[in-house]
Ligand binder design. Sequence first.
Ligand SMILES: *[C@@H]1O[C@H](CO)[C@@H](O)[C@H](O)[C@H]1NC(C)=O
Ligand SMILES: *[C@@H]1O[C@H](CO)[C@@H](O)[C@H](O)[C@H]1NC(C)=O
Length: 510
Amino acid sequence: MERFVRKCSITLKIVYIILAILPFSFSNFTSKNYKDALSKSLLYFEAQRSGHLPHNQRVAWRNHSGLLDGLEQGVELVGGYYDAGDNVKFGFPMAFTVTMLSWGVLEYGKEMIEAGEYGHALEAIKWGTDYFIKAHTHPNVLWVQVGDGNTDHDCWQRPEDMTTLRRAYKIDENNPGSDVAGETAAAMAAASLVFKTTNIHYSNVLLDHAQQLFEFADKYRGKYDESVEEVKGYYPSESGYEDELLWASLWLYKASKKERYLEYVIGNAISFKGVTWGVNEFSWDIKFAGLQILASMLLMDEKRNNYHKYILDKYRLKAEHYICGCLNKNTAENMNRTLGGLFYTREWNNMQHVSNAAFLLTIYSDHLKTSGLTLNCPQGEITPKEIISRAKSQVDYILGSNPMHLSYLVGFGARFPQRVHHRGSSLPSYSRRRKFIRCMEGYTNWYGHSKPNMNVLIGALVGGPDENDRFIDKRSNYAQTEACTYNTAPLVGVFARLFKLERTSNCPNC
Ligand SMILES: *[C@@H]1O[C@H](CO)[C@@H](O)[C@H](O)[C@H]1NC(C)=O
Ligand SMILES: *[C@@H]1O[C@H](CO)[C@@H](O)[C@H](O)[C@H]1NC(C)=O
């Protein structure tokens, strides 16, 4: 991700002033090829791979890279994902990406099997978890970053050519990071559930790592951006680590069924703000809404004592606050939407909030449906059907039903962004041009030119339009044209669900 500063807003503000009155010439009742979108979304994770690529690698414009990662620090850290348009491996958003992919498979694995994409989804998860296993070298040591944002951003180079610093950064007992250790524990616990049916040994390995990481996160408390200063400009943990501790413990409860993890989620619910904070934002940093939704789902299938029920019910109220806000049914604090209907949180990479919200809406709709419930919001009752329709409207906007008539999922449909802010995608592929591309050469010859990217970054969800549904397809406009792994990750599950919805829409009892 580009640097965590909001300086880009100054130039873009000028554009906002030119308020285009956009006609609603696009239909709200379109049907998209969600199966195609699902297949494409999974290809994106292959394009983001770091390390030694396997023989069945389908994205052929990529090749091996980062093969010496960790060497300087004497640890083997080959693999994992580049997080966005640069070549840094940031552990915190990578872990969230894997948690969301796993949650999607846990809820909609059956739909993925029907679409023939289950195997690819598992591969996408495993590419992350294999790396986390390497990165967790000791119960209380986790390597959380390889590469350095500042020197990486000085160059515009393919990962295959990287000449930038590849220093690795870790957290340990003296330099804690409860947020990143917690999220990595959540990712590994969720993934251990995914692999339970297909690879029990791997599933157990993941669960062991997850339990150790959680203990480390809980016992040595601290924000990782205070231990690893280098992340501050990119992925600082602004919401602190309490959300990740609750979230990790909840995933561990689901994966291990051990009561102590549930006791933690109940016992710390108030002091960690799990049942007191209603946040309209669910992201790589802020886990509250996801936590509250996941916790409230436990109310249905568990025989609980009264205190458990009392606390889980408080989680439910906050979960409902989030969902009601997405449907404009709160008295205050509703989700903002553009004229074209897109959820709008903020200008930089707004799409991450859209895809995460679409995911939570989809999950909650199905949860209400299977429990035979409706939702009473401050401004009226809503049905599961209305909730999933709202998710679908966001996804359809992403896929092209929008004022720009553009799909923000790269490679989908006839029109999509051509100048994605992405080093590898914008430069000639390694197979076409083996010759080394120097640090500045990429900027001089490819970054600034107006021609489309050389390689289509299929399945990437870019940052998306501004609050007036406007999108400027320029590489330098990274607030809009950069894609991140955690943008696409929640969509994988949602696409699978909508694929099923389309197939059963003529079947009232489905
Ligand atoms: C990587 O490049 C080599 C040539 O150096 C080629 O033989 C190989 O097939 C490529 N690997 C992948 C995964 O594309
Ligand atoms: C909606 O927009 C208003 C005005 O910019 C802002 O104050 C509010 O926080 C936004 N609401 C949400 C849920 O993002």
